[in-house]
Design a protein around this ligand. Structure first.
Ligand code: HEC
Length: 240
């Protein structure tokens, strides 16, 4: 049931022209606010400014509130774009998100117990800061890891679809979930019809792409990109 709800949510975003993971855009809220708390907190401490310590408190409180939607969107993206697959980076991010939650709560407890400018609160902000730096780093790797590639002009449309829909699980034409079943040189690429029927009805855990996700024409672009760019990338020099 949650699945259907998540799918229709992404179809709605799709219809607005937004095809990327939502968490990636939203997560700047808690990250930015933690960075704000860290900067205000340290400035308040170094220059003994009570007002700045207050600003830090407000930032950390908002960061705590935004933690919840950021994690929710992260979970939804994970279900939708990664098929809920247990990739190492995902596990790392879950653990770090849990750690961040604990540091946020500890920071707030210190604020309430010892006051806005307390050393305990400042220590809390500092730990939150390093945790979000790590979270952001791994998140960036997850989403942009291999996405700096640019295909020759004719294939950029297909590449775009591949990066949005396939490369989370198939970075560089490989397979992050079942390494023995890469996209590159797959038997499913023999001709376009076979390819199309595979992406419409793949074996789980690969998620099916409906015509609303990837139209027939888009599938053609995608196929051309995979066969002409990705497949060839693995062919040693001098090969065909
Ligand atoms: C959530 C992860 C995930 C996504 C997203 C995904 N795949 Fe897959 N894909 C897999 C898995 C897992 C397999 C192996 C399935 C199996 O066990 O048969 C696979 C298998 C394949 C194969 C067959 C490999 C073989 O040798 O039989 C092709 C081709 C393929 N995917 C293409 C795509 C394309 C194109 C897209 C984007 C439209 C895509 N995949 C999106 C996970 C994914």
């Amino acid at each position: 049931m949650a699945d259907a709800w998540i799918t229709s949510f992404y179809q709605f975003m799709n219809s607005l022209g937004y095809i990327h993971p939502i968490h990636a855009a939203f997560v700047h809220m808690p990250i930015g606010l933690v960075v704000g708390a860290f900067i205000f907190g340290w400035l308040a401490f170094l220059f003994n400014r009570e007002k700045l310590a207050r600003s830090a408190t407000h930032c950390i409180l908002l960061a705590f509130l935004f933690w919840f939607p950021a994690v929710l969107f992260g979970f939804m993206d994970w279900q939708h774009f990664w098929g809920g697959a247990w990739l190492t980076l995902i596990k790392l991010k879950m653990v770090l998100a849990g750690i961040l939650f604990i540091f946020l709560v500890i920071s707030l407890l210190f604020v309430f117990k010892d006051g806005v400018g307390s050393k305990g609160a400042l220590t809390g902000y500092t730990f939150c800061f390093f945790t979000v730096v790590l979270l952001g780093h791994f998140g960036g790797q997850l989403v942009f890891g291999d996405k700096g590639r640019t295909a020759p002009r004719n294939y950029t449309a297909g590449e775009k679809i591949y990066l949005a829909r396939c490369s989370n699980c198939h970075p560089n034409g490989g397979n992050a979930i079942k390494p023995g079943m890469p996209v590159k040189n797959s038997p499913k690429l023999q001709d376009f019809d076979m390819f199309l029927s595979w992406i419409r009805h793949p074996d789980p855990p690969m998620p099916p792409s409906s015509a609303a996700d990837i139209s027939q024409n888009q599938a053609k672009e995608l196929y051309a990109y995979i066969v002409n760019v990705l497949d060839r990338a693995g062919v040693p020099k001098g090969g065909t």
